[in-house]
Design a protein around this ligand. Sequence first.
Ligand code: NDP
Length: 246
Amino acid sequence: AGPLEGKTALVTGGSRGVGAGIVARLAADGANVAFTYANSGEQAEAVAAAAVAVGGTAQPIHADSLHEQDIEAAVAQTVDRFGGLDILVNNAGIGAFGPITDLKMDEIDAMLTINVRSAIVAIRESLVHMGDGGRIINIGSINADRTPFPGQSIYAATKGALASLTRGLARELAPRRITINNVQPGPVDTDANPADGPNASNLLGVMATDRFGTSAEVGAFVSYLAGPDAAYITGASLDIDGGFGA
Ligand code: NDP
């Protein structure tokens, strides 16, 4: 039995990238995993099938993080299907980059809504169902602490909000032995930030390591934070960034 046997997790944005890596690892470590997706239905089915192939359980749920009702319905479906909710991972996120005067307000609003507001909605709804000893993990970004290039201000601000939210909620949730932490990845090879993309050499230039991270590495870190050994870690923003912030 894995360290998360008997636990139920909900991961937002699990159809691709970092979220898919988190789903895979939580399922491999024994959790029943529900995960949301917005557009990539086929990839969501493939993520679920891969979890089942290694003996895990994963359930895709269509839920657009732009919409509060979708998130509330995803929490309800998770609880209905698996009988509770122990672990929430707020991973769904988008980035629109450019000078603040060039970004359109609807692009800015979408970042604020998906990266910050949807996490708040998911946390509020999950806390109705989460028992003592639950786990909440936000996926922030090292850009909350370091933004070495212009054009990242709003994205960085959304990730800074997650860091502050995490600190504040640690105080509220500790009486229930629920921990909340904020994982801050540096460059991770995904569709959003390909290791062979046009920005890769700039990013590598400010890192200690000579490579991007993988979604599996972030998944392993998240699974540790979700597990029984991490009960004393709360309110923390924890970097997994190849030295981007060093
Ligand atoms: P990708 O763009 O590769 O994947 C994004 C995932 O989020 C997809 O599964 C997508 O689902 C889902 N998603 C996007 N919008 C919505 C929405 N409105 N509702 C529900 N799901 C949605 O991104 P990454 O995997 O690279 O990033 C994941 C998280 O990690 C983000 O929060 C990002 O900010 C953070 N991060 C990533 C870094 C990187 O270098 N890659 C570095 C630091 C942080 P679908 O396709 O089904 O719409």
